[in-house]
Design a protein around this ligand. Structure first.
Ligand code: SF4
Ligand code: SF4
Length: 58
């Protein structure tokens, strides 16, 4: 279950700067997580100022 970044993202880049595996990149309208590389550490959710990253339950 990889994390995903929801529409709450304001594009600050903190998650990408802190992801231990570097799987977050800047997308068209928000930052995006590569689900195949995410190790589900939760760091992105911890550092995000608006709580945009969430576990992807799909
Ligand atoms: Fe990166 Fe961890 Fe967030 Fe996955 S949960 S995108 S590995 S910071
Ligand atoms: Fe978006 Fe949160 Fe990442 Fe900032 S830390 S780019 S607001 S998901």
């Amino acid at each position: 279950m990889a994390y995903k970044i929801t529409e709450k993202c304001i594009g600050c880049g903190a998650c990408a700067a802190n992801c231990p595996v570097g799987c977050i990149s800047q997308g068209d309208s928000r930052y995006e997580i590569d689900p195949n590389s995410c190790i589900e550490c939760g760091t992105c959710a911890e550092v995000c100022p608006v709580g945009a990253p969430e576990p992807n339950k799909e």
